[in-house]
Design a protein around this ligand. Structure first.
Ligand SMILES: NC(=O)c1ccc[n+]([C@@H]2O[C@H](COP(=O)([O-])OP(=O)(O)OC[C@H]3O[C@@H](n4cnc5c(N)ncnc54)[C@H](O)[C@@H]3O)[C@@H](O)[C@H]2O)c1
Length: 439
């Protein structure tokens, strides 16, 4: 059993968005942190002061703690496991093609730990994991004769950070959820996060797992809900922003996370919603409401493309579309499951050419699409295009010089999939403009 201390030696397995932010944040709190990844290129970059993820403040945080010798990077899971008191598993849990959760990274991480568990450790899982995962983890450790309670204890500590605000969210968490069967384990984990002064929810591991899935399903539900209302507003000829203004003062509703747009993309919401659906089904329950959130999200993509089609009078051979925004949200370079990329692929299938620009996501996007022109700025993307489609709400796009793009575009058409521009202003510059539920 572990003695409570003010600073620990912590191993972080998986140095992606969650692992790197958590590792850097915990080192800033005074702990010695060793971040492990199987990606040698990533570890070599991080060890040499290059941070492959764009997140405000992350580079400075990593550099400071690396230079203070509190933050280390390695591919050697044995070294990290042996020298740590607590191990946080932060590997990916992506979707399989059928929507089920792919646990292969969890399995390989736990196999690595099980080969080198030399003394008692707390193994805390930050990755989003479905029901049944803990039994799987225990089974792997059991095969190596590692006994729960003697060699290790397990806990589930789900992560709620938002990409684009990851460092801020680490230091200002809305809550810390600790799912553990033993009070001593909960106490140690709560102690680690205590400098952050966040409310702590103590619960069972299974409930902690469901808290994470339910939270993401609820966020997805709000997005699909407000998109539905926005589309109705389009048809009624009223402004969804006025509707939200009148709703938000009701404390039961609130004004957060009510921004109509192209729907939810990114590495988490869809995969976690699918994961929850699969989990419910495997326990004999049909979660039809959750399925309808997902369906609405797919429908929203078609809804936006149809708006473009209508304003263009149909896609023709040679049609050129300028795209602003490739990342799944602003302030990140993450394009995983970005709806912008799905929309670009659909537009390409309809025969149009695409010129695209994103402030931070171009290099990542090149890994997913090649048959488009990547432009050096938003004006290059708009040039000679038949229409401009805005798909990520980067601040930079709010400042667009409408007169300048009006003079270089072939047709003055803007479809604003994220409602970032002022419709009245855009129309004053002579554009045909469509947002989502705005006028
Ligand atoms: N990205 C988010 O915004 C976010 C927010 C909350 C929760 N989560 C959850 O956190 C988890 C991690 O998400 P992420 O976005 O950081 O993933 P990621 O894909 O960015 O990072 C995962 C990292 O784990 C590494 N890895 C895989 N197998 C390994 C192994 N055996 N040993 C060591 N490293 C290994 C990969 O190389 C990769 O660098 C997921 O379960 C996700 O659902 C993510």
């Amino acid at each position: 059993m572990m003695v409570e201390k003010s600073e620990y030696c912590i191993a972080i397995i998986g140095t992606g968005f969650v692992g790197l932010t958590t590792g850097a944040g915990l080192s800033e709190l005074g702990n010695k942190v060793i971040c492990v990844d199987i990606d040698e290129g990533k570890i070599s970059s991080l060890s040499n002061g290059y941070v492959p993820i764009y997140e405000e403040g992350l580079f400075e945080l990593v550099e400071r703690n690396r230079k203070l010798h509190r933050l280390f990077f390695t591919t050697d899971i044995e070294e990290a496991t042996n020298s740590s008191d607590i191990i946080f598993i932060c590997v990916g849990t992506p979707s399989k093609d059928d929507g089920d959760v792919d646990l292969s990274q969890i399995i390989s991480a736990v196999e690595g730990i099980s080969n080198s568990l030399n003394s008692y450790k707390i193994i805390a899982i930050k990755s989003t994991i479905p029901v049944g995962t803990l039994e799987l983890v225990e089974g792997i450790l059991d095969k190596k004769n590692k006994v729960k309670g003697r060699d290790y204890d397990l806990a589930v500590v789900p992560e709620f950070l938002r990409e684009g605000k990851a460092v801020y969210d680490f230091f200002n968490p809305t809550r810390i959820v600790i799912g553990a069967d033993k009070d001593d384990v909960s106490k140690v984990l709560a102690g680690i996060f205590s400098p952050l002064n966040a409310p702590v929810v103590y619960t069972t591991p299974l409930t902690a797992q469901l808290i994470k899935y339910a939270s993401n399903a609820f966020l997805a539900s709000r997005i699909s809900f407000i998109n539905e209302i926005a589309n109705i507003c389009d048809h009624l000829g009223i402004n969804v922003k006025d509707v939200i203004e009148g709703m938000k003062y009701d404390k039961r509703i609130g004004g957060h996370y009510l921004s109509p747009g192209i729907g939810f993309g990114g590495p988490c919401l869809s995969k976690d919603l699918n994961g929850l659906i699969k989990m419910a089904e495997s326990y004999g329950y049909q979660p039809n409401y959750l399925k309808s959130i997902m369906e609405k999200n797919s429908h929203q993509i078609s809804y936006v493309i149809d708006k473009l089609d209508k304003l263009l009078g149909g896609f023709r051979p040679g049609t050129k579309i300028g795209i602003l925004g490739l990342t799944f949200k602003p302030d990140t370079n993450d394009v995983r499951n970005s709806l912008s990329i799905r929309i670009i692929k659909e537009i390409r299938e309809r025969g149009a050419g695409v010129r695209a620009y994103d402030p931070k996501g171009m290099e990542e996007a090149k890994k997913y699409i090649s048959d488009i022109i990547f432009c050096s700025d938003l004006y290059e993307a708009a040039k000679d295009s038949d229409a401009l489609l805005i798909l990520t709400a980067w601040d930079e796009f709010k400042e667009i010089d409408l007169e300048r793009i009006r003079s270089t575009m072939k047709n003055p058409i803007i479809v604003d999939g994220v409602n970032i521009l002022d419709p009245a202003k855009v129309k004053r510059f002579g554009f045909l403009y469509e947002g989502i539920g705005v006028r």
